[in-house]
Design a protein around this ligand. Structure first.
Ligand SMILES: Cc1cc2nc3c(=O)[nH]c(=O)nc-3n(C[C@H](O)[C@H](O)[C@H](O)COP(=O)(O)OP(=O)(O)OC[C@H]3O[C@@H](n4cnc5c(N)ncnc54)[C@H](O)[C@@H]3O)c2cc1C
Length: 499
């Protein structure tokens, strides 16, 4: 066995997983049953928190060059604006949403993966799995039908919503299919009255219409078709889309060319556990939800980033603490559940059928979006910078002496190296003093070699490789940080970090 981890699926989540593991020095193989890279547009939005996390590997810089920057989201009813959510008010090196076709995002990820010497192995299907206490046996089926059984230490299932791994494990994909049909497409157009730096949602009495600007003249357009029937939904063609836009949109828009179309029903489903022994599920294999809000791909990529540094610490023998791998499900499943709930709410609001309720919705939304605290909360949710792990078993002690609570995102500073950005997943320690310096020499495998500038006078602040607050303590209480890190240090690592 040469590769320690098998990643099944080379979509955006599998590629993110493989790239993170590869840059952290873990031998990894990523396979996909399709013959070559996908060329479909699919998910278009990459939110600021995902960009922050992809900045740790250098991917964000290339993505940012490949997409359109969106700084506000508008909701309209006819020609009157119900409200606007400003995305550029958040504290982030990336105060905008990036709009790019999914094949571009995957292309950038593949290039970075290749820079670490790894390329996806296409035409290779994961046909079956078996696991025991020491590893996973994967049956791999090549394009010509030949099968081989290979051993890996761990398997990460990034094999999408129809995940064969989930089926083989017998895990339920609990949830519902909503009763509305939808269609979407990428079109070239003229006459859009809203700047291409802003996305627009139209709440029309007949249904929703959304415009995501991918370039000044290219938009992702999504619209509801009506109640589902026994017949699978089919995408509208350009003429039919144009008619819907004329009825539901602001007027004056002309579609000139179709790039891609599809039709879909919304599934809201989540698996009951993201881990089964040595097998982890990430991305659409673990959760699917409404594309309203565009959080699906982002949530999956953040699953991968959450798991990768933990798996790398364990795979490289730096830590043997079981709590590390256990925390993946504990942290990411609640995030997935919240995304399902919030995107479902957005979809229901956009597709209300009762006209009186539509008026109430418009009035309440106008009122709420005019309030600064509501703006802040909604922008935090959409941009995903509000995601945190307040109940994480990895959270260490805090006496409340820092602005952020344990488990919360620590906003990356523009003038500092990103957290977790090097070739080994290390925690970052902010602070000063002899105690802090001695921690660096006690825990060289777990801590970055240099102290970072103190976040608050007289305090030590320990930040995880994925940029969430692990713990904080007064400078003189550096032993508390030592106790926390000792919980992870191999080979003692059975004990969880102190509560
Ligand atoms: C038509 C369509 C439109 C979409 N539009 C949007 C949108 O507008 N906004 C949005 O946010 N999201 C959208 N999505 C969802 C978004 O594309 C997914 O959330 C995202 O791709 C999830 O990434 P993933 O890597 O988890 O799964 P996928 O992208 O599905 O990748 C899974 C990969 O695993 C491979 N695979 C499957 N089984 C096996 C196996 N047994 N062995 C080997 N390989 C296997 C597949 O070939 C595939 O390449 C859309 C999806 C579809 C299908």
């Amino acid at each position: 066995m040469t590769d320690r981890v098998l990643v099944a699926g080379a979509g955006p989540v599998g590629l993110t997983m493989a790239m993170e593991l590869a840059r952290y020095g873990v031998p990894v193989r990523v396979i996909d049953k399709i013959a070559g890279p996908s060329d479909t547009s699919r998910a278009v939005a990459i939110w600021p928190r995902t960009l922050e996390l992809l900045d740790r590997s250098g991917v964000a810089g290339d993505l940012v060059k490949a997409g359109n920057h969106v700084v506000a989201a508008n909701i309209f009813s006819g020609n009157s604006r119900v409200g606007q959510i400003k995305l550029d008010g958040i504290t982030s090196p990336f105060p905008f949403a990036l709009m790019a076709p999914q094949y571009e995002t995957e292309g950038v990820l593949r290039r970075h993966l290749k820079a670490h010497g790894i390329e996806p192995q296409f035409s290779t299907e994961l046909a079956d799995i078996a696991q025991d206490k020491d590893g996973v046996t994967a049956t791999l089926r090549a394009g010509d039908g030949t099968e081989t059984a290979e051993r890996f230490d761990w398997l990460v299932a990034c094999d999408g919503s129809h995940s064969v791994v989930r089926h083989r494990l017998g895990l339920e994909f609990e949830g519902d299919t909503l009763g509305l049909d939808w269609t979407q497409g990428d079109f070239h157009l003229t006459g859009m009255p809203i700047p291409s730096s802003e996305l627009a949602i139209f709440w029309h009495p007949e249904g929703a219409l959304m415009f995501f600007p991918m370039a000044a003249d290219r938009y992702r357009i999504i619209t509801s078709l009506g109640p589902s029937s026994d017949v699978e939904p089919v995408p509208l063609d350009l003429d039919a889309f144009q008619k819907v836009i004329d009825r539901r949109g602001p007027g004056g828009i002309t579609l000139t060319d179709t790039v891609w179309t599809s039709a879909f029903r919304i599934n809201e489903r989540q698996v009951g556990s993201y881990r089964s022994g040595r097998i982890f599920l990430a991305g659409d294999a673990a959760h699917v939800h409404s594309p309203a809000g565009g959080q699906g791909m982002n949530t999956g990529m953040q699953d991968a980033i959450n798991l990768a540094w933990k798996l790398a610490l364990v795979a490289r023998g730096i830590s043997a603490a079981p709590v590390l791998l256990d925390s993946y499900d504990a942290e990411r499943r609640p995030v997935g559940a919240e995304v399902i709930q919030e995107s479902g709410r957005l979809t229901k609001a956009a597709t209300l059928e009762n006209h009186a309720l539509q008026d109430v919705r418009n009035f309440v939304a106008h009122l709420v979006l005019g309030l600064a605290p509501a703006q802040h909360a909604i922008a935090g949710m959409i941009t995903e910078v509000a995601i945190g792990y307040p109940q994480s078993p990895l959270n260490g002690p805090s006496d409340g002496g820092t602005a952020a609570a344990v488990g919360a995102r620590v906003p990356p500073a523009v003038d500092e190296a990103p957290y977790g950005g090097a070739d080994s997943p290390r925690f970052s320690l902010h602070g000063t003093g002899e105690g802090a310096a001695s921690l660096l020499s006690q825990f060289p495998a777990l801590l970055e070699p240099q102290l970072r500038a103190a976040k608050a006078a007289g305090r030590l602040t320990l930040v995880r490789p994925d940029g969430y607050l692990a713990m904080s303590a007064p400078t003189e209480d550096w032993q508390a940080v030592a106790n926390y890190l000792a919980g992870y240090a191999a080979p003692t690592g059975i004990a969880p970090p102190p509560a």
